[in-house]
Structure formats: structure tokens, C-alpha cells
Design a binder for this molecule. Structure first.
Ligand SMILES: *Cc1c(COP(=O)(O)O)cnc(C)c1O
Length: 464
């Protein structure tokens, strides 16, 4: 340590000097004294570190108070915050996947803020089951005999394998041994469930006879997994749900289908060629498993729909208790499924479907109007234009499908676009967006009309 640093360390203000600074003293009255004291101490500690690293010159009490205030402000912010998604990725797993419809969010809040008949039968006045709230409704919409929900689709897969396939062999095509999101791997889930994996076929081609050949008295089920987050192209072949169901049933086995995305309505006119839940059931799958917060557009959940005998076995399995969803999630799920009673209404009201089916022209118009507004509100500091972009469904659905979209492109004059993106991320209402070819891009497909005001304030705020 040089002499200068040693002198600085000695001259660091005392804690009570920092606390006496007017800016900080003002907060002392408003916050617990302990909290303010901790912030002041931590500010001094970080100044000490900076001195030792030779990084600091200003050791005034004002600076210490400034650092302490910054810390206090950060401590007051919630950790889990709402953000604006300017990325154009509709089901962004890191940003919480599906945005709920207003009515599903309201149902969630209503169930959470009061008591509910979560496990109470109002007709009979006795204990009921939390599964009853959605079983019949999901059956009505998908054509399943019964259904239940758990915390996510990974849990649904584990529960189905544990309850239906324990100590049996489960046939899975080599081309479907997927990993999703870095932690969900079919072979791992299989091992934990107590079922044993029997790989059949090859990576690119699996035929019906590959399954047939491996069926024996130890076989418990055939599992089909939707390869939602990748595609093998070229010379490929897999076996249809229909053919697999026939084979399974001929041998007295169930066909379990991990569908992942949970699409409920046909979206082919939006270029989305994903299997739907009703189709999978109609084609003969005995259990269909899917996420609540992917293409269904609901809360995080895993839904299991299919034959009542298997669903009953799952409800009684000890893991069902471990994985049961809470009342707020069930309320949001019920409301989301209710909207599918009218598919036209579902496409209109469920944000995920809305965003997928929004026409490029409408998005372009929205981008143009917003770019104009931003240009008017931020003269001389930034240029705004509108450019064509490619959005994505995300969340491991339709990986090859780029969606035509439009973005507001910002080119700040005094800071770099990267710096602007970083400031937007750290703004009080954080905005997440990308930078491409020297332009900051705000994709308008994933920004709701109701968020435009907040977004405009964020842009003006970071450019100021
Ligand atoms: C997304 C996905 C999962 C995992 O679902 P979570 O709800 O994220 O647990 C499992 N299987 C498939 C095929 C998926 O697409």
C-alpha cells in the first residue's frame, strides 16, 4: 500500500459523519435506523476496497452518503419485477414465458386475496379435491376423459412415468431423447421415475417395427416426445401418434405423449405447424402432457389430459402431493381454459395467441406511430426508424419458424446503442431489447399497447 492510500484510509469519514449528511439523514426518519446504518457501513466498506485497489480519489462524506443512498434505493426495489419485452420472442423463458390474459390475471389475484373453495365441495359442504376445478373443463375442450395439473410439464412427465410405468420398460425413439432448457432430459427424468428407458430406432429414422421388435412382457408404455426445440431435417422418419397408439393398444400398453407446447387451436394460417392437444388425443394418445405457460398462454403448470384410469392413479400417487399447484395457478388455468370454449374469443383474448396472430401490417403501423412519437419526444439525442425483423415463438416451440415482425430502431447520438440497452435494462421499469448492426431494436410484436407509455418514458429517461 502506498502512502497516499494509507492516508486516504485514515481520512475516510466516520459512520456518524455519513449518517449526518442531509440526503441520508432525510431517509433515516423514513426507514429503520438499522437499514440506514447498514447502507452507510457498506458504502464505507466499498470505498475502502476502492482505495486499496487504487481506484478512488473522492473520500468525502457526501460521496459515502451518495453510495449509501444508491444502496438503499436498490434494497427497496423488488427482486422479481415486471419488465417490457422488446425482444420479439413471444414465449421468452427467461422473461417468464406467457403473459396472462387480463381475466386470467384477475382470477389469479381474486383467488389469492381471499379464501376459496380450493378443496371444498360447496354442494355437499364437505372436503373436495383441488383437481376437480379443471378436470371436466379441460375434458370438454380437449376431448380427454379427465385431466389434472401439476407445477410444470417436467413434473407432469415425472408423475406420469412414476405412476404408470414404475419398474417397467418404456420405449422411446432415439430421435426424441430431448433436452429442454438445459435441465430437462428425458433419460434423467426416466431414471428418477423408476422406469427404465428402452431406446429404439436411430437418431434420424425410427420405424414402427423398431418399437414392435422391443415390446415384451416387461414393457410398460410407449412414450412419444415432441421434439419441440429442434428439428432434424434431411432423411428422417418418425412414427405418427395414430400408428403408435394402434401398436400400443394392440399390446395392451398406454401411449404417453409429451407434447410440450400445448397448442389448443389450429394456427396453421399463422405458419405454425405444431401438433394440437385435441388432435393428439383424437389420434389415440392415452395421456398427453403439456405446459401451461407455452402456447396455451396460461400460468406455469404442467397439464396431464387423457384416460381417467391413469389420471386417477396419478392423483393417488405421493408425488401428486409434492407437485400440486396452488390456488392462484388453478384459478388462472381455469380462466384460461374457459376462454377456449370459444376459439375465436381465445385468439382475441389470450396474449400469446394474439401476439402470434397479429398481422405484420398492424405491427408495422404500430411501430411507425411509436417511432414518430419517440422522435418527437427525443429531438437531437436519438434517431428513430422502423425496420423489418424476425421474431420467434420461443419457449421451445416451433424453433424454425421466424415470424415477420417490425421493430423501432433507435440510434442514439451521444451514447452507444449497447449503452442505451444497458440503461434500459437497469431503468426502474426495465426494458429488455437487442442491439443489431449498431441499432437498438424494440420489437413491437411483444410490446402491448398498454405498455407504450411506460416504454416511451423509459426511452426518454435513459436518453436524458
Ligand atoms: C417445454 C417442454 C418440457 C418442459 O416443460 P416445462 O413446463 O418447462 O417443465 C417438456 N417436454 C417438452 C416436449 C417440452 O417442449
Amino acid at each position: 500500500m502506498n502512502e497516499d492510500a494509507a492516508a486516504k484510509l485514515k481520512d475516510l469519514p466516520r459512520v456518524d459523519e455519513v449518517l449526518a449528511e442531509p440526503a441520508l439523514a432525510y431517509h433515516s426518519g423514513r426507514l429503520p435506523a438499522e437499514t440506514v446504518l447498514r447502507a452507510a457501513r457498506s458504502a464505507l466498506a466499498s470505498m475502502r476496497d476502492d482505495i486499496l485497489e487504487g481506484k478512488i480519489t473522492d473520500i468525502s462524506p457526501e460521496r459515502a452518503a451518495f453510495l449509501a443512498l444508491k444502496e438503499l434505493r436498490k434494497a427497496e426495489e423488488r427482486s422479481l419485477r415486471r419488465v417490457i419485452n422488446g425482444t420479439g420472442v413471444i414465449l421468452h423463458t427467461n422473461l417468464g414465458r406467457a403473459r396472462l390474459s387480463d381475466s386470467a390475471a384477475a382470477a389469479m389475484s381474486n383467488a389469492a386475496s381471499g379464501y376459496s373453495n380450493l378443496e371444498f365441495d360447496l354442494e355437499e359442504g364437505r372436503r373436495g379435491s383441488r383437481h376437480d376445478h379443471i378436470g371436466r373443463l379441460i375434458g370438454e375442450i380437449t376431448g380427454a376423459e379427465d385431466a389434472m395439473a401439476v407445477n410444470n410439464n417436467a413434473a407432469a412427465t415425472l408423475l406420469a412415468l412414476s405412476a404408470v410405468c414404475f419398474r417397467t420398460e418404456v420405449l422411446v425413439s432415439r430421435g426424441e431423447l430431448i433436452e429442454i432448457g438445459g435441465s430437462f432430459r428425458i433419460p434423467d427424468i426416466m431414471r428418477v421415475s423408476g422406469a427404465s428407458l428402452k431406446e429404439v430406432g436411430t437418431t434420424n429414422k425410427t420405424h414402427l417395427y423398431d418399437y414392435e421388435r422391443h415390446i415384451n412382457e416387461g414393457t410398460g408404455a410407449i412414450l412419444k416426445v415432441h421434439t419441440s426445440n429442434y428439428r432434424i431435417t434431411g432423411f428422417t422418419e418418425d412414427v405418427s401418434v395414430k400408428a403408435l397408439a394402434e401398436l400400443a393398444h394392440k399390446n395392451g400398453l398406454p401411449l404417453i405423449y409429451d407434447l410440450g407446447s400445448g397448442l389448443m387451436v389450429d394456427l396453421k394460417d399463422c405458419g405454425l405447424d405444431e401438433p394440437t392437444v385435441p388432435r393428439a388425443l383424437k389420434d389415440g394418445a392415452d395421456l398427453v402432457l403439456f405446459s401451461g405457460d407455452k402456447l396455451l398462454g396460461g400460468p406455469q403448470a404442467g397439464i396431464i389430459a387423457g384416460r381417467k384410469c391413469f389420471i386417477d392413479a396419478m392423483k393417488e400417487h405421493p408425488l401428486a402431493r409434492v407437485m400440486r399447484p396452488g390456488k392462484a395457478v388453478l384459478a388462472a388455468l381455469e380462466e384460461t381454459f374457459r376462454q377456449y370454449r370459444d376459439p375465436v374469443q381465445a385468439k382475441r383474448n389470450i396474449p400469446v395467441l394474439q401476439m402470434i396472430s397479429a398481422s405484420p401490417d398492424d405491427i408495422r403501423y404500430k411501430a411507425q406511430r411509436f417511432a414518430l412519437r419517440l422522435a418527437q419526444e427525443n429531438p437531437l439525442v436519438c434517431d428513430f426508424s422502423v425496420i423489418r425483423g424476425t421474431g420467434m415463438i420461443g419457449g421451445g416451440a416451433a424453433p424454425m419458424l421466424g415470424i415477420d415482425t417490425w421493430a423501432v430502431a433507435a440510434s442514439p447520438r451521444e451514447i452507444s446503442p449497447e449503452e442505451m440497452a444497458s440503461r434500459l435494462r437497469r431503468w426502474k421499469d426495465p426494458v429488455i431489447c437487442g442491439v443489431q448492426d449498431g441499432l437498438l431494436l424494440l420489437d413491437m410484436r411483444t410490446v402491448a399497447d398498454s405498455e407504450l407509455q411506460t416504454l416511451a418514458e423509459a426511452v426518454a429517461g435513459v436518453l436524458r
